[in-house]
Design a protein around this ligand. Structure first.
Ligand code: ASP
Length: 451
C-alpha cells in the first residue's frame, strides 16, 4: 500500500483535483490519500488556510468575519460546481460554519479548529469526486480514526503514540480509497488541534508509518528536489535519491522540502518517501531513503542559511581543564539556548547558536556568566554568521573536496570564519559573513557540480 499526500497547489482548483484523482486511480496501491487545503490558483491568490485564519482572527476580534468566510465558501462552490458534485457542498458548508460559529471558549483552540477546515473540506470534496466517477472512496474523520494529538507549543501539535495503533487498521476494505484530511487531529478531550503550517506532510508520514506503507508519496509541483535552491542557480542539478541523514543535514541549513517533523515517523520505520509532481506524474521525482543504491554526483546538495551567531570563548590551557566545555554548555542550557555546533581549538571553543533565540539580552547574561563563573580569558560574539553546508555521503570515499571547496571560496574572496567537518564525513560546514551567504552557495555549486 502507498500513502499519497497532495499539497495545496495540487488541490487549488477543479482541474488540479481531477489530476489528483486520476493519479490516485492510476495505481491500485494508492489506498490512502492525504490532502491539504486548496492553495493559490495564481501568484496573487490567497490560500484557503490563510482565508480561514483571517475568519478566525476577525471573529475573535469581534470584526467582520463574514467576508473572508464567504471567500472560503466561494472557493468550494466553484470547485464543486466545476466537478459537478454540488451535492457535497451543503455538507462542506455546514461543517465549516458549525466550527466557525461555535462559541469561543479559548481563542487558541478556536483558531486551530477553524484553520483545519480547509483540509477537512478538501477531503470531503476529493472523496465525493472519486465516488462520482464510480469509485469507492471514503472521507475519514481524524477523530473517528483515532488521530490524537497534544499541544506542545501553540499551533504546533505533536502526535500521541497510541494514534499509530489506532490508525493501523485504517484500510478495511480492499476496494475503497481512504481520503484523510491533513494538518489536524484531535485532543483526547475531543478538540481539534493543528500541526504547524505545512503540517499535512506530517499527517501523511504518520499514516504511512501506521499502516506500514511500502512508500510515502508526497505530491507537489516540482519534478524533483534540486541540489541547490533553484532561485540561486539556473537549471540546478536534480536530486534523484537522498538519504534521510543527508536531508537532515541540508534541512539544517534551510533546505526544506517537507515539513521538518514529517521525516521522523517514516524514518524510524524505514519507509521511503517519493516526492513527485502532480503536473508531471511520469517524472520519477526524488526518493528519500535510508540507504542509497546509487550516486549521481559526489555532492548531494548545498545550502546556506543566515541567522547564526558564533560565541568564541578563549581560556589559556583550556585543553587541560577537565569539564571546562561541559560548564560552558551548562550555562547555555541553564539559559535555555540550544547549541547548534561546537567547533573547537586548543584554547578556544566556538559555540554556534541561532540569532533568533540568542537575543542581545541573553548574550549579555551568558557572556558575563562565562567570564565570571569560568574565568574565561576572552569572549567574542559574531552576530552576522551564515552557515553553508555541503552534504553528500559519497564524499566520505573521495579525497580533496574540502580543498576544492575552500580554495573556490578563497578565490571568490570569501573569508571562512568557521570550517567544520563531521566525523561521519557526510557534510562540511562553513561559517561565512551573512552578506556572503548566497554568493558562497553559488561559488560552491559551480565548483562541485562542474563536470
Ligand atoms: N494548509 C496548511 C498550510 O497552508 C497545511 C498544509 O498545507 O500542509 O499550512
Amino acid at each position: 500500500m502507498k500513502v499519497t499526500k497532495f499539497g495545496g497547489s495540487s488541490l487549488a482548483n477543479a482541474f488540479q483535483i481531477q489530476k489528483v484523482c486520476s493519479i490516485v486511480l492510476s495505481d491500485p496501491d494508492r489506498r490512502v490519500v492525504v490532502v491539504s487545503a486548496p492553495g493559490k490558483r495564481t501568484k496573487e491568490d490567497i490560500k484557503v488556510t490563510d482565508l480561514l485564519i483571517d475568519v478566525a482572527k476577525s471573529r475573535i476580534a469581534g470584526a467582520d468575519y463574514k467576508t473572508p468566510l464567504s471567500a472560503v465558501i466561494a472557493r468550494f462552490e466553484e470547485i464543486t460546481s466545476e466537478l459537478k458534485i454540488q451535492s457535497v457542498l451543503p455538507e462542506v458548508i455546514s461543517a465549516v460554519t458549525e466550527v466557525v460559529e461555535a462559541e469561543i471558549h479559548d481563542s487558541v483552540l478556536y483558531l486551530d479548529s477553524v484553520k483545519a477546515m480547509g483540509e477537512d473540506s478538501s477531503a470531503r470534496v476529493v472523496a465525493a469526486y472519486l465516488n462520482s466517477t464510480g469509485h469507492k472512496a471514503e472521507y475519514c474523520n481524524p477523530k473517528e480514526c483515532g488521530l490524537f494529538l497534544e499541544h506542545n507549543d501553540i499551533g504546533k501539535a505533536v502526535i500521541l503514540e497510541e494514534s499509530y495503533d489506532n490508525l493501523s487498521g485504517l484500510v478495511k476494505d480492499s476496494d475503497t480509497i481512504y481520503v484523510f484530511p491533513g494538518f489536524y487531529g484531535y485532543t483526547k478531550q475531543g478538540q481539534i488541534i493543528t500541526f504547524s503550517r505545512g503540517g499535512s506532510d506530517i499527517t501523511g508520514s504518520i499514516l504511512a508509518g501506521a499502516i506500514k506503507a511500502e512508500v510515502y508519496e508526497n505530491w507537489t509541483d516540482v519534478d524533483s528536489v534540486y541540489a541547490v535552491n533553484p532561485s540561486l542557480v539556473n537549471n540546478p542539478f536534480p536530486i534523484r535519491e537522498i538519504t534521510y541523514d543527508e536531508m537532515r543535514e541540508l534541512a539544517y541549513a534551510g533546505f526544506t522540502v517537507l515539513h521538518e517533523d514529517a521525516l521522523f515517523p517514516v524514518y524510524v520505520r524505514g519507509i521511503p518517501i517519493n516526492i513527485k509532481n502532480t503536473n508531471n506524474p511520469s517524472a520519477k521525482g526524488t526518493w528519500i531513503v535510508s540507504k542509497r543504491t546509487h550516486y549521481d554526483s559526489l555532492v548531494t546538495g548545498i545550502a546556506g542559511e543566515k541567522g547564526f551567531c558564533a560565541v568564541t570563548v578563549s581560556k589559556y590551557l583550556m585543553n587541560q581543564q577537565v569539564g571546562f566545555l561541559w560548564n560552558v554548555m551548562r550555562i547555555f542550557m541553564e539559559e535555555g539556548i540550544s547549541v547548534e555546533h561546537i567547533p573547537s581549538g586548543i584554547d578556544t571553543v566556538s559555540i554556534i547558536v541561532r540569532k533568533k533565540y540568542f537575543t542581545p539580552e541573553k548574550q549579555e547574561v551568558i557572556c558575563n556568566r562565562i567570564l565570571k563563573e569560568l574565568n574565561a580569558t576572552d569572549i567574542k560574539v559574531e552576530r552576522d554568521l551564515a552557515i553553508v553546508m555541503i552534504v553528500g555521503e559519497a564524499m566520505a570515499n573521495s579525497v580533496g573536496i574540502m580543498a576544492r571547496a575552500a580554495s573556490a571560496l578563497s578565490n571568490a574572496g570569501i573569508n571562512l570564519r568557521i570550517v567544520n567537518q563531521g566525523a561521519s564525513e557526510i557534510s562540511m560546514m562553513f561559517g561565512v559573513a551573512e552578506s556572503y551567504c548566497s554568493y558562497a552557495v553559488k561559488v560552491l555549486y559551480k565548483e562541485l557540480f562542474r563536470y
